[in-house]
Design a protein around this ligand. Structure first.
Ligand code: ADP
Ligand code: MG
Length: 476
């Protein structure tokens, strides 16, 4: 057994059974769990069914150099998001064509433009971001998939996976030829909690709560409960959970701007919902989003931070000379640019034609988050040809991206108690926490990581969406 990326080659089945057994017991004992089914939220009852989170049995080998590179990028992206968020005109202009064809993005932009009109200022700005990367095997470059600025999930569970893997290697490492010290420590949970707590403190109302905005139907609630439980245990801060519809029903803004939910003042609003059109089935949800935005509570994210994380903005930032508008440091700019994959808007005829010729080299992405929306392969060609023939404005609803091809390897994936030995590829997410109060940067950190591994035949990558499993990193 070697540590050069082949350590997931087939193990004796007796050993695999034993490892899987240990991993699942450990997961249950330590809260590495998800809901066992989608539970319709009723009041504040969370639903009690649970099952171990989908996991890789062993950590994924990843070269240390690239690992460092990804970690170094986090504070730079944090700062970039903040700078871009302050340029309301850039956000409005860049998304103006998307707005015409995409009602959801349009609604977000409407809220944003109302805030611009009333000259709403966010003094305290909190970002809990996650920048996702794949290591492209053709170019040997670490390339960014996307930057998540809203609902960056799994900060709670990802550090448990790292701990689980270290624990397994402590016990079976000799057998496997693996060293648990090569799994980097993961502070995603404690640092996300710290950022929320510090934002709460900056707000200066010791009786106020943190509001978790949640979806009415959720399976990944324990990941969220980890955060609220840390807030309580370490910082004695109370959190409450509400859907957007509930916020609309119970919420109000006082004349001084305070946000009140069910009689409680809210210091920080942490969104684990609100990034998808499905989260806004009626006007009620939009009015809740608007209420929150116009209040003086700290929002994670604010509408501006949310918009900075859109795929359209990612593509605009990758254009020549755009980063220079927001950042001064040339080294930082070079580092960011190095991780940008090829990105094109669909008014770029050259990009579109090339994608029609060689669709397998591209991914077509609509302006959506949350998994399951991208278009691959022959469908890229079909969609582009159709939109072109129609001369459709709808072209503006998409961006085109270079397809990244990570090297595949073998791994054991465990889901619902059953393991599979499969050819897989991985995506590395690096968490970033940023907190600012006016001119003072209170926090700007790289804050842990999330490795996600999926069978290489699957295009999509979401864990919650059922495509991938949670994994950790084995530095090589
Ligand atoms: P979402 O907002 O739905 O998470 P992403 O941009 O992260 O959108 O795309 C979803 C998944 O599709 C990613 O997790 C990754 O597995 C895959 N993917 C996205 N972009 C690319 C790309 N350029 N090359 C290869 N795979 C990609
Ligand atoms: Mg993603």
């Amino acid at each position: 057994m070697t540590v050069d990326g082949t350590h997931h080659a087939a193990l004796a089945s007796g050993l695999v059974d034993e490892l899987v057994g240990e991993a699942l017991v450990w997961s249950s004992l330590h809260g590495l769990v998800v809901g066992d089914r989608i539970i319709q939220r009723s009041g504040t009852v969370p639903g009690v069914g649970m099952v171990h989170a989908p996991i890789a049995l062993l950590p994924m080998p990843f070269p240390e150099d690239y690992w460092r590179q990804a970690c170094e990028l986090a504070p730079i992206f944090n700062e970039l998001v903040d700078r871009v968020s302050l340029d309301g005109k850039f956000l409005q202009d860049s998304l103006s064509r998307t707005k015409k064809v995409d009602a959801f993005t349009g609604r977000l932009l409407d809220i944003h433009s109302e805030m611009l009109q009333i000259n709403k200022k966010e003094d305290i700005r909190l970002g809990l971001h996650r920048s996702d990367y794949m290591l492209d095997a053709e170019t040997n470059l670490l390339l960014q998939i996307e930057l998540n600025t809203i609902s960056s999930s799994f900060s709670g569970l990802s550090c448990l996976v790292s701990e689980l893997h270290r624990n397994l290697l402590d016990r079976y490492g000799n057998h496997l030829g693996l060293d648990s010290r090569k799994v980097p420590g993961n502070k995603a949970l404690s640092q996300s909690a710290e950022a929320l707590a510090k934002a709460w403190k900056e707000y200066c109302n010791s009786s106020a709560v943190v509001l978790f905005v949640v979806q009415p139907e959720e399976r990944n609630m324990y990941d969220q409960h980890w955060l609220s439980s840390k807030l309580k245990e370490i910082y004695a801060i109370t959190s409450i959970r509400r859907t957007l519809a509930e916020i609309d029903a119970e919420g109000e803004a006082l004349p001084d701007g305070s946000l009140i939910i069910g009689g409680q003042a809210v210091a920080v609003v942490y969104f684990r919902a609100g990034y998808s059109p499905r989260d806004y089935p009626s006007e009620s949800e939009w009015s809740a989003r608007f209420l929150i935005e116009k209040s003086n509570a700290v929002k994670c994210p604010s509408i501006s931070y949310h918009l900075v994380g859109t795929k359209k903005i990612q593509q605009e930032l990758a254009k020549p000379n755009v980063l220079e508008r927001f950042l001064e440091n040339e080294d930082d700019i070079a580092k960011l640019r190095k991780c940008f994959a090829g990105l094109w808007s669909l008014d770029n005829a050259e990009g579109v034609n090339r994608a029609i010729e060689r669709p397998e080299l591209f991914v077509l992405k609509p302006q959506r988050e949350g998994g399951g929306n991208n278009i691959y392969g022959e469908d890229v060609r079909k969609t582009l040809v159709k939109l072109q023939q129609e001369g459709s404005e709808e072209l503006a609803a998409y961006i085109l991206m270079q397809r990244i091809f990570p090297a595949s390897s073998l791994a054991y994936l465990v889901r619902d108690g059953i393991y599979h030995h499969d050819q897989v590829i991985s995506e590395l997410g690096i968490y970033g926490t940023y907190l600012r109060n006016k001119d003072e940067v209170v926090m700007n950190e790289q804050s842990g990581y999330l490795m996600r591994t999926k069978v290489s035949s699957s295009n999509e990558g979401g864990v919650a969406a059922g495509f991938a499993v949670l994994d950790s990193v084995y530095l090589t």
